[in-house]
Design a protein around this ligand. Structure first.
Ligand code: GLU
Length: 521
């Protein structure tokens, strides 16, 4: 049917007819897709499924029902009772408007295909770390001192918008220093790298985040410490008046978090302002060194900085902000571009080297991911090209980083190959959640069997070096030795035997490599 249509399409010159044929093709393809997806959900094969079958399938892949990208599916499903059977035709009309995402999710084509096992593993880590009550909440202002250290949440948002939340992920907190990368990115978007770095350095300071110090050029060391963040604020939309500048920043946070509504905590802002001697001192110090752009009203900018620290968000929305950074500046939920890829790259580079206060070097070494923490206990971690993670737990260590959040990061990179340089280690014993279930294992087996059948000894040696087990068998229980014997590749047989593979494995028909060799003599 489809083939006939394509032949017609190729032979016609009439544009309108062409368009009709094309639309027709898309419709046919969509129908085939939805029929196949339906079959995959029809557990009993009786031609009917329930509402919960669709929802559970999507949610297990990380596509949550509040995701605006499947709003049409969710609205249409509302018309069905829980026990009402849904036919293949009805399923088609339910998913048709969101078919691309539904197809990707159900076929396992999203960045973390087996999202369910990934989430389960994160859940275990989250529970393990929960009992750690070390550290203390920030107490330099009463509003932070009063926050319960029991609060604990983790949220993940992948670049494909798969989401996963645990704990108090809907409880709002002030972003504090996690606003610094965002303010820096906004300054970059406004003025570009050259101008911004005429006012801010990009080296770790090796000193405390609020230390009264500037670099040898009289500039703040980097945008991730207080002086640098104050400077970033001076570079955000200086053409606007201060109230509109704040609205602008808030609107960007809204875009970054997939149109969730970040708020503002006025009492935090007032407290910050009241206890800000050090930040005022930094402001004066930079003013004295002529570090600010021309016509900057330093007092106004300090105020603006306190306001950006007092933006309020919850962990679930904050993880979408992190997901946007992981996705090169495009919000995974709305697909809207918020930052350019270059801005995002620059921002992540400085988060990597300077994002964790005086622990930044150690964190880059052990965890190997760009991150930014804040004294409210929030930690934003970015796995570029994979996902954004936000953890919130208010007890801080002596560096000002959330104790539990750092612990979770350690455990995450222990299990998953997320460290920036993990890919350099062959045969690393870590999970790559980007792979389909068993994909890495199967790939090794297929490649080894193919190489053996071709007599490609070099490839067999490379696979051995990569740690692929040369005893592994395919679904017919055929091993590289079977294949090499069938094809009479003596050099491969020698190598395999010398490398201690089992000389007598049985395939699913009970045949050994020796049987193969005899048969093909
Ligand atoms: N508002 C805080 C300050 O400027 C930010 C602290 C932080 O999270 O590092 O002191």
């Amino acid at each position: 049917m489809l083939k006939k249509e394509i032949v017609k399409l190729k032979s016609t010159k009439d544009d309108k007819f062409r368009q009709e044929l094309l639309t027709n093709d898309v419709n046919i393809l969509n129908e085939i897709t939805s029929t196949n997806l339906f079959k995959s959900l029809d557990n009993n094969g009786n031609g009917n499924i329930l509402k919960k079958d669709i929802i559970t399938a999507l949610e297990s892949r990380g596509i949550l029902i509040n995701d605006p990208r499947i709003s049409d599916v969710v609205n249409k499903l509302k018309k069905f009772k829980d026990t009402e059977e849904i036919s293949s035709t009805q399923f088609h009309s339910i998913i048709i408007k969101n078919i691309t995402l539904v197809e990707k999710a159900l076929k396992g084509d999203l960045i973390i295909p087996d999202f369910e096992s990934f989430s389960q593993k994160v859940n275990i880590i989250f529970d393990e770390v929960k009992s750690n009550n070390d550290g203390q909440v920030a107490d330099y202002i009463p509003q932070l001192a009063r926050v319960s250290p029991e609060n604990y949440a983790i949220s993940i948002c992948t670049i494909d918008g798969q989401q996963f939340h645990l704990g108090d992920y809907e409880t709002p907190y002030s972003v504090q220093s996690t606003c610094k990368p965002i303010s820096y990115a906004l300054a970059l978007e406004e003025f570009g790298e050259k101008k911004v770095h005429n006012h801010i350095g990009r080296e770790p300071s090796g000193r405390g985040f609020n230390e009264l110090t500037l670099n040898k050029d009289g500039l703040p060391h980097n945008p991730m410490i207080n002086a640098g963040a104050i400077m970033s604020c001076s570079l955000i939309r200086p053409d606007l008046n201060i109230s509109d500048r704040f609205d602008y920043v808030l609107s960007k946070w809204k875009q970054l978090s997939g149109n969730k509504n970040p708020g503002f905590n006025n009492s935090i802002y007032l407290s910050e302002k009241q206890t800000a001697d050090r930040n005022f001192a930094l402001g004066y110090f930079m003013k004295e060194n002529n570090a600010f752009p021309e016509n900057t009203d330093m007092h106004e900018i300090l105020d603006f900085y306190f306001q950006t620290c007092s933006i309020q968000i919850d962990c679930s929305s904050h993880s979408i902000v992190a997901g946007t950074l992981a996705n090169a500046g495009i919000c995974p939920i709305t697909r809207e571009r918020v930052f350019s890829p270059t801005t995002t790259k620059n921002c992540l580079s400085l988060m990597y080297s300077c994002g964790m206060y005086d622990f930044s070097g150690e964190f880059a070494f052990t965890v190997g991911l760009p991150a930014k923490s804040g004294v409210s206990g929030a930690l934003v971690i970015v796995v570029p090209g994979v996902c954004g993670i936000t953890i919130w737990s208010p007890n801080l260590d002596k560096f000002g980083n959330s104790v539990r959040a750092v612990k979770i990061c350690d455990k995450l990179v222990e299990q998953f190959n997320f460290h920036n340089y993990d890919n350099l280690i062959p045969n690393i014993k870590k999970i790559d959640p980007r792979l389909q279930k068993n994909e890495d294992k199967l790939e090794g087996i297929m490649v080894a069997n193919f190489a053996a059948s071709q007599g490609d000894l070099n490839e067999i040696k490379s696979l051995n070096a990569k740690g692929i087990n040369l005893n592994n068998a395919d679904y017919d229980l055929r091993t590289p030795l079977h294949l090499a014997a069938s094809e009479g590749h003596l050099h491969v047989i020698d190598y395999l035997i010398l490398n201690n593979v089992d000389p007598n494995p049985k395939d699913r028909w009970g045949g050994t490599p020796l049987d193969d060799a005899k048969r093909h003599e």
